[in-house]
Each structure stands twice: as structure tokens, then as C-alpha cells.
Design a protein around this ligand. Structure first.
Ligand code: PHE
Length: 337
């Protein structure tokens, strides 16, 4: 009897269960009343006392083996691994866990937000689908301003657009009427432009707004200069060029001097060594009036900076499309950042 039990134990061990049906036939064959275990137990009852003591432990380990087998198979079936049961090996080491990575745009966005946070700005966010008022009218865009035309703006219907800049969020902040304001609005914006290695129909901006008493252009320059030194390095040079935006007066664009040390620098700066990074200016009083802010008491500055371009510069990315194509070969370069 002992060797028979040992043989059965081996059979149980080697029995492969890979589906519910196989589990049922295992139970019928081994553990049902009329199955092998039942037969053995019937025989056991007929043994004399001494034999019973001797055989008891063999029978117990057979029972245990059968129960373990059933339990293991059941738990795997519950986990939905039926098909894999045959290959399931508890002792196998687990596969390496593949770490995800952050997109370079997110990395740079966070870096920029952190710098302005240090300067006292809080983050504000708004919708990507905007109405005409917040995206254009409140910001002084004339009825016939070219930015309203089809080639620049994605219209959803006659009243709504995909926002073309995050200045719309600043209008929302000003309308809240809580002053003073020091806020930055990071987010995605959309423009109906041909997609190439240098431009996309969506990209990312951070816009800043400061409204308080006695704010001057010097405050704007110093804030931006502090940001540039922290982001690009202490010795970075900047220059301002006069510009035009409907919602700021005076307006300027700011360039950062990167120099030309290699082909990439030449290409990115179009051979000048200067990279244009943002637009800025003093908020036009008409915009403040549109947002019901008292212009006798308050004034302010605003700026808007493109994140994609500085991410490309920072990581030597030559094609803007890489930033949104989710190619794992590209993204996994940033796991350690
Ligand atoms: N909104 C402008 C743009 O999208 C940038 C800007 C913001 C300019 C704030 C001046 C002040 O180009």
C-alpha cells in the first residue's frame, strides 16, 4: 500500500491542470468519493490498528498533496491565467519592471513653474476650449485681427475655439477680482499651422501675469532676468526687442544669447546665437477695464513663453514632433531625468 500511495502522490504532482475542465477531471479522478483517494480510504478502514498507524501519515500526505493541487489551480484560474497554467512556475524570478518616463515638455514645465513659484507666482489653469471673449475680445483683439482668421485658429463653432494661447486663463484670473495677482498659467495651446520639424498645431506655453499697485517695466525685466539666469545659467545674456501684442503696451520680445558652439546651436538660433523665448509687456489698460479692474489703482505686466522650444534646446531635440509621438525609443532616454 505504501508504494502505491507514493506512486499516486507522484501522479498528483505531475498532473497538469490548465483549465476548469481539467480541474474537474482531476477532482473526479483523485478526490471524489469514488476516486483514488476514496478507494484508498476504504481500504484503510479495513486495516488493523498497527497498520493504520503506519499508513496514516502516507494517506495524510496524499490528501495534502491533492488539496494543494486543487487550491493552486483554483487560485490561478480565478486570476484568469487558465491558459498559462502549464507554464506557471512559482519559483521563477519576476520580469524586470519597466519604468515609465516623463515627457521632456513636462520636465521643463515643472522646472519653469518651480522657478516662478519661488518668485511668488501661483499656478492657475483654464479650459482648452475657449469662448471668443476669453481668447480674443477681452484681450483687445480687434474684430478683424489676423489671429482670428481661419489659418491661425481652430474654430469649434462660431462661438468657441481651441485656445490659441494661455492668456485666456489670465483673463479668467483677472475677472475673479481678487487683487493683487501673481499667477502663471501653464498649458497646451492650438494653432492651425502646417506641421513640420519646427512647428506643430499644438504646443505648450506658460504665461505669467502680475497685477498690483505701481508695477513697472523694470519689475518685468528683473523677474524675467531672474528666471533666465536660473534656467539657462548665471552668465546668460538677454535682449529685448520692441514688439506688438494687442493686450500689452509697450510690448517686447525677449531673446537669450546661447552662442554658437555647434551645428545644433547654429540651426536653433538661425545662425545668430540668439534664441527668441518669450513675448511680454505691460498689460494694456483696456484689458484691465475689460476685466473690471480699477486702472487708477492697479497696473501690471504679462509674459508668455513657449515650452516646447526651450525643451528642444535643453535636450538637443531636433524635431518638435518627437515630443508628442510617444515613441518609446525616444521617451526612454528621459527615465533618469
Ligand atoms: N500670448 C502671447 C502669444 O501667445 C504671448 C504673450 C503673453 C505676449 C503675454 C505678451 C504678454 O504669443
Amino acid at each position: 500500500m505504501q508504494t502505491r500511495i507514493e506512486t499516486i502522490i507522484n501522479e498528483v504532482k505531475n498532473f497538469s491542470i490548465k483549465s476548469r475542465e481539467e480541474l474537474d477531471s482531476f477532482k473526479i479522478h483523485f478526490s471524489s468519493r469514488k476516486g483514488i483517494l476514496g478507494v484508498i480510504l476504504d481500504e484503510f478502514k479495513l486495516l488493523d490498528k498497527e497498520e493504520k498507524i503506519k499508513m496514516g501519515r502516507y494517506i495524510n500526505s496524499l490528501k495534502e498533496e491533492v488539496e494543494n493541487k486543487i487550491e493552486e489551480a483554483q487560485s490561478l484560474i480565478v486570476q484568469g491565467k487558465e491558459g498559462n497554467l502549464r507554464r506557471f512556475d512559482k519559483s521563477k524570478p519576476q520580469y524586470p519592471i519597466l519604468m515609465g518616463s516623463r515627457n521632456p515638455v513636462s520636465i521643463v514645465l515643472k522646472e519653469v513653474v518651480d522657478i516662478f513659484y519661488y518668485l511668488g507666482f501661483v499656478v492657475s489653469q483654464g479650459p482648452e476650449i475657449e469662448d471668443d471673449w476669453h481668447n480674443f475680445s477681452a484681450l483687445n483683439f480687434d474684430e478683424n485681427h489676423p489671429a482670428r482668421e481661419m489659418q491661425d485658429t481652430f474654430f469649434i463653432d462660431k462661438d468657441f475655439t481651441l485656445r490659441t494661447h494661455t492668456s485666456s486663463v489670465q483673463v479668467r484670473e483677472m475677472e475673479k477680482g481678487k487683487l493683487p495677482i501673481r499667477t502663471i498659467s501653464p498649458g497646451r495651446v492650438y494653432r492651425n499651422e502646417a506641421i513640420s520639424s519646427r512647428s506643430h498645431c499644438f504646443f505648450h506655453q506658460i504665461e505669467g501675469l502680475c497685477i498690483d499697485e505701481d508695477i513697472s517695466f523694470a519689475d518685468l525685466k528683473q523677474t524675467l532676468f531672474t528666471f533666465v539666469k536660473r534656467f539657462f545659467g548665471e552668465k546668460t545674456k538677454v535682449r529685448y526687442r520692441p514688439s506688438y501684442f494687442p493686450f500689452t503696451e509697450p510690448s517686447a520680445e525677449m531673446d537669450v544669447f546661447l552662442g554658437i558652439e555647434n551645428d545644433d546651436d547654429y540651426r536653433i538660433t538661425k545662425g545668430t546665437g540668439w534664441l527668441e523665448i518669450l513675448g511680454c509687456g505691460m498689460v494694456d489698460p483696456q484689458v484691465l477695464i475689460n476685466c473690471k479692474i480699477d486702472t487708477d489703482k492697479y497696473n501690471g505686466y504679462a509674459f508668455g513663453l513657449g515650452i516646447d522650444r526651450i525643451s528642444m534646446y535643453k535636450y538637443g531635440i531636433t524635431d518638435i514632433r518627437e515630443l508628442s509621438e510617444n515613441d518609446v525609443r525616444f521617451l526612454k532616454q528621459f527615465t533618469k531625468v
